[in-house]
Design a protein. Structure first.
Length: 738
């Protein structure tokens, strides 16, 4: 038995898979799977029903997977793939004989030859892909499946664009069958290169596999999740079948020529290219299901766009290319999401042979039936024409309506399929509308490309500034960085992110940890984030053996408005002797607007010598009063012009309540305002203290009265040497006046 491949060995060989798909994409675009082939069949005189039948041979052949899967496993996945993948390229070369057959035996014989070639190609394709699905599940690690699919698709799309450009040019300058023959020849050459590339891939050795019996077949179908996936997939297949006839729609209804129709394939190629890496990265990171459903939702809207296209107009090609671009984005989201979900969640790895054989067979049957039905319906609706409101009616109108309905129903069913992650579609969509997603991607790139600590710290800072949930995983990773400055910066960046459960939990873990310097900043950050999930951890932090952590937890609890801790903080404030903790408790009680703390806060204010700390305590008193905004505005103005600012506040107070006061008190208020205006601040402060004692005593029954009484007493003692008393008095007068 061959040794199990390590992920490292698998990843090292993945570039060969990219080469395989890139070159095979050129082959597919220029032969059986491109718009040029549909136009080729139309030129041969095939009807829509004939085209539908010929195209159905490709998926119909998938039924053989049920009968050959065990044999393929025993023969070896890689060996089977290389042999039959190569054989189908040789069969495709038979298309070069069509002009000779048509010239000698007629169009009917040429169509018969094409049918025989397609049947042989389809059978070889079915056999080779029966091997490819379980083989690819082996050599592509799940951890990078989405990202690899994205890179693979991007490279294939670049080669596809080149193929489309060449095809459009060749068909534009050639006549008759010559252009098609040249394209087929180029396609076969690149197809043979893709066969050589596939020989370099690892794994795929022969394995023991039992025959799939009738009971095994039923056993796979009894898997409710698999069956639901297949039913939903069937709706997508039936809804997508009419799109094979889009080249004919563009030619007969929109009025585009052959060259433009072929070049139109660049729209979905470029559209998919623009989003493929994003969707692949997102599928690995957030799960397959949200990516898949987002693509399906977009696909649901496309038929409406086709129905509204301008016809036979200079704008027709521009409109068609725009819709095709969006179609490419939708299609790659659907393809990456559904494919990854199939391999990661729907198909059990240990039963991949029977599951993928059933999958491939059912896809083939549904694909074949849908292609046949689409062609026949298109011929049946050939008489439809006219106008309904803003919609132009034609044979394609019923098909497009069917596409819309079937795709919408499939999205509803896929929503019930088991997901490979807990991220919902709405949460996934929200990743790109919250914060700045473009700046987030830029910062993520900078984070992974950072070569030293300084660059990593800078990129971590930028991730926080984006406020985008796209950066959550990297911020969590930065918290585990061995460099202290990176971890420290990560906490600061996380504090800017707002409420995000995983980030809150991570900071709570740090707060409970043993790295004191980070625990302190984590406690502060939890308060800034504003998430109540942090409350239990912050409450527990009040009993820490470290005073700095207690102080930060108290401040954060105040910021979060946790009223349950107010009695405890007030009690501690009355008993605490440490100045730092007293200020922290005072600040928290101010945020909690604890009115019972007013007297204690003034006691603390009298004992504090540091001006910054005094202002913080004064702010706490202003918060209890509900006057924080005015407190801050007045502080800024007083620092610039103390006298004029105080005069204006006092004059404003008189205008608002002066009529209710006695004349003598009104005169005193005016004199106080005038003294402040004249910059006689010491005299004015004394008048303000006297004025406060003359105000109606009813105001002394509440917090504002207590604050004014304390300010009056201290204004007499400190005059203007302690600005906080003047500031509090003016703030309170403003609050009373309003």
């Amino acid at each position: 038995m061959a040794a199990e491949l390590t992920n490292t060995e698998k990843i090292r060989r993945l570039p060969w898979n990219i080469a395989l798909n890139a070159t095979n994409n050129i082959f597919a675009t220029l032969t059986f799977f491109g718009s040029a082939f549909v136009l080729f069949l139309s030129k041969l005189g095939a009807s829509n029903s004939d085209i539908g039948f010929l195209l159905s041979l490709l998926p119909f052949s998938g039924i053989v997977a049920l009968f050959i899967a065990p044999t393929v496993a025993r023969f070896g996945y890689k060996r089977t793939w290389v042999i039959f993948f190569g054989t189908r390229k040789v069969i495709a070369a038979g298309l070069l004989l069509v002009p000779a057959v048509m010239g000698r035996f007629g169009t009917g014989a040429a169509l018969t030859l094409v049918a025989i070639l397609m049947l042989g190609f389809a059978l070889c394709r079915a056999i080779s892909e029966t091997a490819l699905y379980p083989w690819s599940q082996e050599y592509i690690p799940n951890s990078v499946r989405g990202k690899h699919s994205a890179i693979n698709d991007m490279v294939a799309r670049v080669t596809g664009i080149l193929a489309i450009v060449v095809a459009g040019y060749v068909l534009g300058v050639s006549t008759g069958m010559d252009g098609f023959m040249l394209l087929f020849a180029i396609g076969v050459i690149f197809g043979l290169v893709s066969v050589w590339s596939s020989t370099k891939l690892p794994g795929g050795a022969p394995t023991q596999a039992k025959s799939i019996s009738y009971k095994d077949f039923l056993g796979v179908l009894r898997d409710k999740n698999f069956s639901l996936y297949m039913i939903a997939l069937g709706l997508v297949i039936f809804g997508s079948a009419p799109l094979a006839f889009l080249p004919i729609f563009m030619q007969n209804q929109i009025g585009l020529n052959d060259s433009a129709i072929v070049w139109l394939q660049m729209g979905p190629v470029i559209g998919g290219f623009s989003a493929t890496y994003l969707f692949g990265w997102a599928a690995d990171r957030y799960g397959s299901k949200p990516v898949m459903l987002l693509g399906l939702y977009m696909k649901t809207l496309l038929p409406i766009a086709w129905l509204l296209m301008p016809r036979n107009s200079s704008l027709s090609l521009i409109a068609a290319m725009t819709i095709a671009f969006i179609w490419g984005i939708a299609e790659i989201g659907w393809a990456i999401g559904s494919g990854r979900l199939l391999f990661v969640k729907v198909v059990p790895y240990e039963k991949r042979a029977e599951y993928l054989a059933v999958y491939y067979a059912l896809v083939g049957v549904m694909g074949g039936i849908s292609q046949n039905i689409s062609g026949q319906l298109l011929d049946s609706f050939s008489h439809i024409s006219g106008q309904f409101l803003i919609f132009t009616l034609d044979p394609f109108t019923p098909l497009f309506i069917g596409v819309l309905i079937l795709t919408g129903l499939s999205a509803m069913l896929f929503y019930r399929v088991q997901a490979d992650s807990t991220v919902s579609v709405s949460e996934f969509a929200g990743l790109f509308v919250h914060g700045n997603p473009l700046l987030a991607f830029e910062s993520l790139i900078g984070y992974y490309r950072a070569r030293d600590e300084r660059a990593t710290v800078a990129s971590t800072e930028r991730m926080g500034k984006t406020k985008s949930p796209l950066t959550v995983d990297e911020l969590l990773e930065a918290l585990q960085d061995p460099r202290f400055n990176v971890r420290f910066e990560a906490i600061i960046a996380i504090s800017r992110m707002g409420s995000e459960p995983r980030l809150v939990d991570a900071l709570c873990h740090i707060l409970d940890g043993t790295e004191l310097s980070l625990s302190n900043i984590a406690a502060w950050a939890l308060g800034r984030m504003g998430d109540e999930r942090a409350l239990p951890t912050l409450r527990a932090g009040l009993d820490s053996s470290y005073r700095s952590i207690i102080a930060h937890c108290a401040r954060s609890l105040g910021t979060l408005g946790d009223q349950t801790v107010a009695p405890l903080l007030l009690k501690r404030l009355q008993e605490e002797q440490d100045k730092g903790l007293r200020i922290a408790y005072a600040s928290a009680l101010g945020n909690l607007r604890t009115r019972e703390a007013t007297d204690v806060l003034f006691n603390v204010l009298e004992s504090v010598e540091n001006e910054g700390a005094r202002l913080e305590i004064a702010l706490s008193l202003a918060r209890i009063l509900g006057g924080e905004p005015q407190f801050i505005r007045l502080l800024r103005r007083l620092r610039q012009d103390r006298g004029m600012t105080a005069s204006q506040v006092i004059s404003s107070y008189k205008r608002k309540v002066g009529r209710s006061l006695d004349p003598e008190l009104q005169r005193l208020i005016s004199e106080c305002a005038n003294q402040f205006a004249a910059e006689h601040v010491d005299e004015a402060s004394g008048l303000l203290a006297h004025m406060i004692t003359r105000l109606p005593r009813g105001i002394n029954d509440d917090v504002s009265g207590k604050i004014l009484d304390e300010c009056s007493k201290n204004l007499r003692q400190f005059a203007t040497t302690r600005i906080e008393y003047l500031l509090l008095a003016l703030t309170t007068l403003h609050a009373i006046g309003n």
